[in-house]
Design a protein around this ligand. Sequence first.
Ligand code: F0G
Length: 360
Amino acid sequence: AHLWRGVIREYADRLPMLAGAPIVTLGEGGTPLIPAEHLSELVGAQVHVKFEGLNPTGSFKDRGMTAAISMAAKAGAKAVICASTGNTSASAAAYATKAGMTCGVLVPDGKIAMGKLSQAIAHGAELLQVAGNFDDCLTLARKLAESYPVELVNSVNPARIEGQKTAAFEVVDVLGDAPDIHCLPVGNAGNITAYWKGYREYAGVTGEPAVATRTPAMWGFQAAGAAPIVRGHPIDEPDTIATAIRIGNPASWKQAEQARDDSGGLIDMVTDEQILAAHRLLSSREGIFVEPGSAASVAGLLLMHERGAVPAGATVVCTVTGHGLKDPSWALKTADGADIQPTKVSVDAVSAAAALRLEG
Ligand code: F0G
């Protein structure tokens, strides 16, 4: 059996930046690309879901964090810092601990999911809840990294993009070529930048040996209340239930537009209702439990299908970026927002069978 060794070792020949760095890994990457039969039927295409919630800390951030922390270790860093809507802080905290570094995280007060907060604390990060949104946190983190001996591990750190591009490699390695369309949620816009870099490199566009014959159209989706790229200006008070992508001024804005334009793709937006409907469809029909922000890719695909924009029979990959256990409370509500309560029964087969509506 082939044992997965983490993205830096698996793709060493494609990650020249990491050459000679001490590798800090938790075995990230190698996540499943799951054929989604129900979704495929709904949109008339071959849809696959790249389930990034199965990374060590439950999100795609681990791909970038193994690279960023390895580079920080190479530079002799003792401390790292990041701004985060939650997943970056969980990942940074885990990889920093693994490397014996201290980790400071700046999160927007009250706007991060419980699972993520719990991870950062469990891994021993110094956690500061900032009276502001993610964009304020990132501004503050950048200032601290400029003036103090601490390494910034947000996706403005080029090592993060290098690590995250490996997800595109994995898609091609499994499908045998690039898909026609790749759908992603967009927040700070690092991931769409990373995938596009990976797809271009694997298609030989940048001079590396070609594995794929083509690149996909990149389809990015922001939450409607936090859609600066779609609206064409920063959003001062971004708002969405998808706290992971509650971002009003993405750091990689220009790169996201370039990925969109160079790939012949699009960046559009989906409402919280559409996000929650896709979240429910994934869990109840595909067996895949994601956090709400992750479902923006699938919500976007469904929206584009409604508009007649999904070519019949196209190969489509939707990345779902984080695990449902990060923010599980959404599963306990109906579409109308009512609480779902488990049925209580006594230790009695007849009443249990009745509650389960089993035939005698
Ligand atoms: N999905 C999830 C689950 C995320 O946590 C994020 C970003 C995104 C999508 C968007 O990715 O920023 O590269 O466009 N989370 C960051 C964080 C901002 O701090 O955890 P992006």
